[in-house]
Write a protein that binds this ligand. Sequence first.
Ligand SMILES: Nc1ncnc2c1ncn2[C@@H]1O[C@H](COP(=O)(O)OP(=O)(O)O)[C@@H](O)[C@H]1O
Ligand SMILES: [Mg+2]
Length: 340
Amino acid sequence: MSALIELKGVTKTYGSFTALSDVTMSLSDTNPSMTAIAGESGSGKTTLARILLGFINPSVGEVFYRGKDIAKMSSAEQRQFRREVQPVFQDPFEVFNPFYRIDHVLTTPVKRYRLADSEAKARSLIEDALKRVGLRPQDTLGRFPHELSGGQRQRVMVARAVLLRPRMIVADEPVSMVDASLRATILDELRTLNRELGISIIYITHDLTTAFQICDNILVLYRGAIAEAGAVERVIGAPRHPYSQLLVSSIPLPDLDRAWGNEEIPVSEANSSRPNAGCRFAPRCPHVMDQCWQSAPPKYMPDSQRLASCFLYRDSPIAPDEDVSAVFRLPGVAPVVVGG
Ligand SMILES: Nc1ncnc2c1ncn2[C@@H]1O[C@H](COP(=O)(O)OP(=O)(O)O)[C@@H](O)[C@H]1O
Ligand SMILES: [Mg+2]
């Protein structure tokens, strides 16, 4: 399997603070998938997104895009990487210049990457991209950002990404500022882009319900470290790491809007003051054992399509090279059976 993007032992520190710890993963180039990155606020999701986009460099580890170390690319390779890996941010309003018509964010990339050799060709590319995301060009072009709804602005941003014919879109909480009524539609559109155009999608969210609905695989972060990862049917359908179990059990399923990570998991005084050189989740873990305070757990594979960084599974094999993608399901391959 050739990798579209590959992270090897990626750690990001800010001073003495570790925002992201030892992430090894890759996405298939030949089977474009949708991967969720989930975790409560501050767990390192945006840090991981920015590393995948090449916006920041890891403190330790490497990032390869189609076999090339992104820190060592030539400027031509960098330019191609910048076009092929597109961001979609949480709050599109911040991205728009209020004084420019919507058209500006669409014509700029067409010019920058010389996607069209005539005005007419540019116009038709832009119109196609808008239609792809469910926008009517005649209702969208010529308007100012404040004349569109949050959902429409976010769609314009997705259209902008699509325009560049990317191989990968990294969407960081793309619908958290969008009306609840529109969220499902926009997420469905992302899934359509994945399935029809073969764009790999990283969907960053704190919402497990939508991750379950649209993604193939998921990676759950706890304070910068991977707690559990694998096929969504496994990780969300039947979580094994005590942290993911807590998250899943705290979501009343019909309530799509309920954010998680808001309820504090109580930490006893004894646990919070105990020296901890081991699992980050130990102080909050209902199953904590002596071993958990001593060293960080490796990534065990309790089954073939999930791994859990937890000593409860110490009798299971360790994932090869601690690589999260060892347990990822490829779309187009029969889904796993929950509990299997
Ligand atoms: N530029 C930075 N300088 C210092 N700390 C940062 C910086 N960016 C992020 N952090 C810290 O890293 C942690 C993870 O942040 P982030 O990746 O934004 O998490 P998330 O997106 O999951 O909320 C947070 O504690 C945040 O304060
Ligand atoms: Mg974030």
